[in-house]
Design a protein around this ligand. Structure first.
Ligand SMILES: [Cu+2]
Length: 634
C-alpha cells in the first residue's frame, strides 16, 4: 500500500536505524539535541538515505504491514501455571530480600531491594509476611522465544517474542501462562529474568523487568512497581496476602470485604521508561481469581459459565509488521502512541474459535499499547443484525447486575488500554433467534493514531476489524449457567462510597513534547504527595485537550467514578462499578473516590497508553500513617 508520507517522517525514518544501532534511548537523544520538542528526530546529514515515499523495508507504520489472511488459525488459550507447596521452593522465600551476591553474575540473587537499579540494603522486606506466611508458590521464567508463530501463513515468518514460561525448561509464550488463584492462604510468585542481553533485542525491548499484578491489592515491594525493576540473572519474589482490602483497617466492615473480590486481572511488565516496548514484545499474561461466589463452576455461586471450558480469556493486541522482514516492529520515535494495523488475540492473528451452542464467558483485555476498542458482535452473513451480549464485569470487578450491549443508543462496550470487560455471549439464543452460524467479535472504533479514537463507529462486517471469528458447531448442549438476560440477576452490591478526607486535582497534559501530570514529568525519586493510611480521598482527573485521550490507572485499590463531566454515574451504567482504569477522554473531568488501606509505601498513578506512560505521564504518591498532607494539586 503506497501513501504520501509527511517530510518530517521521512527524516525520522532516515535516522532511525543508525540511532537504534547506537543504542541510545529517547531521553538521551533529547539531551543531545537530536529530538525536537515535538518528539521528532532532527535531520542529520551524512546518514544513509532511507526512503523516498510509500512503504519500504523498515517502515513501521500503520498501513505498511504486509497483507495477512484472517481466520486460518484456532484461538490459543494460555496454559495454567501450576502451583506447589512452598516447602518445595529452593531457596525458600524470605521476608527480607535475598541480596547475597550470586558469584555467577556479580549481582544479588534476588532483585528485590533494588530501586531504580541501585541496591538499597535493608529495604523492601515484605509487609505482613509473618501474618500471612506463604503456603504455595508459582514459578515462571521470562525468556526469549525465536520461534513464535502469530499465524500459520507461510508468508509471515517466525517472530521473536519475550514471554513467560511454566517455570521449567519450556519455551516462553505470550500471553504467558494464566495464574489461577483464590482468596485462601498466602502465596509467593517467583519470577526469573532470563531474557537475552540488550544488544540481542531485535530493535526494541529492555531486559530489565518489573512484573505488575495489575490491580491486585499488594504492597509496593510486591506490586511490580516501575522503579523496582530487576536484571538478567536475578529472580524476584512477589508476596501475595490473598486478602481483600481492609484486613488491617479497623474501619472496614468484614461484610464489605466480601464485596471487594476481584476476578479478571492480568500481569504485565512495568519497567520505567520501557513498559511499552516490553509489553508489546510479549511480557503479559492473565491472572484469574475465584471465590465462593465467582466459583468457576456454573452449578454453584453466581453460576457463571464453568472454567476453563466455557470461560475464556481474550487478550487483544494490535501490532505493526515490518514490510521488509515480516517481523513485528516497534517505532521507538512515535511519541503519540503506537496503533497497529494487525489485530492479535492471545498472540494469534485474527483467530477462529469453535463454540458450542450455549453461554460462554469471555474476559476481554485491552493489552495496548495505545488502542481503544468498542466491541460489537456481527453476523458476517447479515451484518445489519443487532446481536446482543452482556457485560458482567468491568476491570477486575463483577458488576452489580449484567449490562446489555449494544445499548439502547447502539453503543458497544468501550475499553481503553488495560481495561477489561467480561462478557457473556449466549450462542444458543443467537443461533435460535437469528440463525447465525458464524459470529465476528469486532472492534468498530476508529483510531488512526496513538492520540486516541476519533469517536467514529465504523460499519459492521469489515474483515480488518475482526478480532475473533466464532464458529457455532453441534447442537445446543447442557448449560447450567445463569442467563444474563434475566432482569432479576444480581452479583455483588457496590460498596458504599467512603467519605473523602481531601480533594486533590490532577491535570493530564502535553508538555515539552512529552506527557505530564500537573506540569511535571515522572521521577522515581519524587513522591508527589502522601495519603493517610486507611483513609479515603476524592481525586479529580482533568484533560483540557480535545486532541488526546488517556486511560488512567491507579495502583493499590479500586476507585468508584462518581461523576464524568459533572454527570453522576448511575446504576445500570457499566461504570457503576469498582474500577482500576478510567478513560479520560477529550476535554473530560472525572471525579472519583478511593480508599487506601493496609499497606504503606509508594504507588504510581499513570496513563496506561504505555507510550505516554514511558514519556512520562506518571507520578508517585505514598501511603503512610497520619501523614496529613493537604496538597490539593500535587
Ligand atoms: Cu495518555
Amino acid at each position: 500500500m503506497k501513501s504520501r508520507v509527511p517530510k518530517l517522517w521521512l527524516t525520522a525514518r532516515r535516522n532511525r536505524q543508525e540511532i537504534i544501532k547506537a543504542g541510545l534511548n529517547r531521553r538521551e537523544l533529547f539531551k543531545m539535541g537530536l529530538l525536537t520538542s515535538g518528539g521528532y528526530l532532527v535531520a542529520k546529514s551524512g546518514l544513509s538515505a532511507w526512503a523516498s515515499g510509500g512503504c519500504d523495508a523498515g517502515e513501521c507504520q500503520p498501513g505498511c504491514s504486509p497483507p495477512t489472511t484472517p481466520f486460518i488459525d484456532p484461538l490459543r488459550i494460555p496454559p495454567i501455571l501450576p502451583s506447589r507447596p512452598v516447602t518445595d521452593l529452593t531457596p525458600a522465600p524470605q521476608e527480607c530480600p535475598n541480596n547475597a551476591i550470586n558469584p555467577a553474575t556479580g549481582l544479588p540473587f534476588e532483585g528485590r531491594g533494588q530501586y531504580n537499579g541501585v541496591l538499597r540494603p535493608g529495604t523492601d522486606c515484605f509487609q505482613f509476611f509473618k501474618r500471612f506466611p506463604p503456603e504455595d508458590f508459582f514459578i515462571t521464567r521470562m525468556r526469549e522465544n525465536k520461534r513464535f508463530r502469530i499465524t500459520s501463513d507461510p508468508h509471515i515468518p517466525d517472530q521473536t517474542i519475550w514471554g513467560f514460561n511454566l517455570g521449567g525448561n519450556d519455551p516462553a509464550i505470550t500471553p504467558g501462562p494464566t495464574i489461577v488463584d483464590q482468596y485462601d492462604g498466602a502465596r509467593v510468585v517467583r519470577r526469573f529474568n532470563e531474557l537475552p542481553p540488550q544488544e540481542q533485542n531485535g530493535g526494541f525491548g529492555v531486559p530489565e523487568v518489573s512484573t505488575h499484578f495489575h490491580n491486585f491489592h499488594d504492597a509496593p515491594e510486591s506490586d511490580g512497581s516501575p522503579c523496582r525493576f530487576f536484571f538478567r540473572g536475578q529472580y524476584f519474589d512477589y508476596h501475595r496476602t490473598m486478602q481483600t482490602p481492609g484486613f488491617d483497617d479497623p474501619n472496614t466492615d468484614p461484610a464489605e470485604r466480601l464485596l471487594e473480590f476481584q476476578s479478571s486481572l492480568w500481569y504485565h511488565d512495568h519497567r520505567v521508561e520501557h513498559t511499552a516496548e516490553n509489553v508489546y514484545k510479549g511480557l503479559l499474561g492473565f491472572e484469574l481469581l475465584f471465590n465462593q461466589f465467582d466459583t468457576g463452576d456454573e452449578n454453584t455461586g453466581f453460576r457463571l459459565p464453568s472454567f476453563p471450558q466455557f470461560d475464556i480469556p481474550l487478550a487483544l493486541a494490535d501490532k505493526l509488521i515490518d514490510p521488509g522482514t515480516g517481523k513485528i516492529c516497534f517505532d521507538l520515535f512515535g511519541f503519540d502512541g503506537l496503533v497497529g494495523d494487525k489485530l492479535l488475540v492471545n498472540g494469534v492473528l485474527q483467530p477462529f474459535f469453535e463454540v458450542q451452542k450455549r453461554r460462554y464467558r469471555f474476559r476481554i483485555l485491552d493489552g495496548g499499547p495505545s488502542r481503544f476498542y468498542e466491541l460489537f458482535l456481527t453476523n458476517p452473513d447479515n451484518p445489519k443484525q443487532s446481536i446482543p451480549y452482556f457485560a458482567i464485569a468491568n476491570d477486575g470487578n463483577l458488576l452489580p447486575a449484567p449490562v446489555r450491549f449494544p445499548t439502547s443508543s447502539g453503543s458497544g462496550a468501550r475499553i481503553g488500554v488495560a481495561e477489561r470487560v467480561d462478557i457473556i455471549i449466549d450462542f444458543k439464543a443467537i443461533a435460535r433467534d437469528l440463525g447465525v452460524k458464524r459470529l465476528w467479535l469486532e472492534n468498530r472504533l476508529e483510531q488512526v493514531n496513538g492520540r486516541g479514537p476519533t469517536g467514529k463507529i465504523l460499519p459492521a462486517g469489515q474483515r480488518e476489524n475482526v478480532l475473533v471469528e466464532f464458529r457455532l458447531v453441534g447442537n445446543s448442549v447442557r448449560d447450567n449457567s445463569v442467563d444474563p438476560a434475566d432482569p432479576t440477576v444480581r452479583f455483588y452490591a457496590l460498596p458504599p462510597r467512603p467519605t473523602p478526607r481531601i480533594t486533590r486535582r490532577f491535570r493530564f497534559e502535553r508538555g515539552n513534547g512529552q506527557w505530564q501530570v500537573n506540569g511535571k514529568f515522572f521521577d522515581c525519586d519524587q513522591i508527589r504527595f502522601t495519603v493517610n493510611r486507611n483513609s479515603a480521598e476524592r481525586w479529580i482527573l482533568e484533560n483540557n485537550s480535545g486532541g488526546w485521550q488517556h486511560p488512567i490507572h491507579i495502583h493499590l485499590e479500586e476507585f468508584q467514578i462518581v461523576r464524568r463531566n459533572g454527570q453522576l454515574i448511575q446504576r445500570g451504567d457499566i461504570e457503576f462499578s469498582r474500577k482500576d482504569v478510567v478513560r479520560l477522554q477529550f476535554n473530560e473531568k472525572i471525579e472519583l473516590v478511593m480508599r487506601f488501606r493496609d499497606f504503606r509505601g509508594d504507588y504510581p498513578m499513570h496513563c496506561h497508553n504505555t507510550i505516554h506512560e514511558d514519556h512520562a505521564m506518571m507520578l508517585l504518591w505514598a501511603v503512610q500513617d497520619d501523614a496529613n498532607d493537604n496538597n490539593t494539586r500535587p
